[in-house]
Design a protein. Structure first.
Length: 240
């Protein structure tokens, strides 16, 4: 009985291994086939416009990734910062609160520091400093985002331009051959469709990153505005 069980176990293990090996080979073949198909379609679309669309994708992704990293590093736990600043004001005064802001990364801490720097001049001066420096920080958060929107608009426009050029080539082929058979116009129409598809795909990919970045910027700006109001309240309480 034990021998039968052992044989069945070994057979099952071999069967599972064969299935896994077959599945891995199919995945590798599919991946290889997809890459070859993508490369072939890219070449068929023409290196001119397809190359420009690819450059737009690479530059757009580079800027988007840089912005995402910067925005994630700029995100601050605002509630914790406000609590620490409040405690520092109560225990050590303005200088202690400024030290807390110096040791905290992010635009909210920078705005707090600027407000605390002008706290001795009065609440109005501190509020103006916070508002002014908040605009500076907002500009840093939105830096280079306009380039992403440019590439989003440029990619499909380049695709459509390739479409027009492909259709012109198709009509030129018809004029030369003096025939409207599918074989004559197929090449030009294929180029037209491929450039359009790649341009739209690039625009869709960059649009997703763009929307995420915009939502992240809006979230940080809202935190900055709320924290600025809270800072003025803390300074008013400290003055009293």
């Amino acid at each position: 009985m034990k021998k039968v069980v052992n044989v069945l176990t070994i057979t099952g293990i071999m069967f599972i291994g064969a299935i896994q090996s077959t599945y891995a080979q199919e995945v590798a073949t599919a991946t290889k086939g997809f890459r070859q198909e993508l490369k072939q379609r890219f070449i068929e679309g023409g290196p001119g416009f397809m190359g420009i669309v690819l450059v737009a994708l690479i530059l757009g992704l580079a800027i988007a990734i840089e912005r995402i990293i910067y925005l994630n590093m700029s995100t601050t736990n605002t509630k914790k910062l406000v609590k620490n600043v409040d405690e520092a004001l109560s225990d050590g005064g303005i200088e202690a609160a400024k030290e807390v802001c110096r040791n905290t990364k992010g635009p909210v801490a920078s705005i707090f520091y600027q407000g605390l720097e002008r706290a001795d001049e009065g609440l109005d001066a501190a509020e103006k400093s916070v508002v002014g420096y908040g605009g500076v920080q907002m500009g840093l958060l939105e830096k280079n985002i306009s380039w992403i929107s440019l590439f989003i608009a440029l990619a499909p426009m380049l695709g459509f331009m390739g479409t027009v050029i492909g259709m012109i080539g198709a009509f030129d082929a018809i004029a030369v051959a003096n025939d409207i058979s599918p074989a004559v116009v197929a090449g030009g129409i294929k180029v037209a469709l491929l450039t359009t598809v790649f341009g739209l795909v690039v625009a869709i990919i960059l649009q997703i990153f763009y929307n995420y970045i915009i939502s992240k910027v809006d979230s940080i700006v809202n935190d900055m505005e709320d924290a600025s109001i809270t800072l003025i309240d803390l300074l008013a309480k400290y003055k009293k």
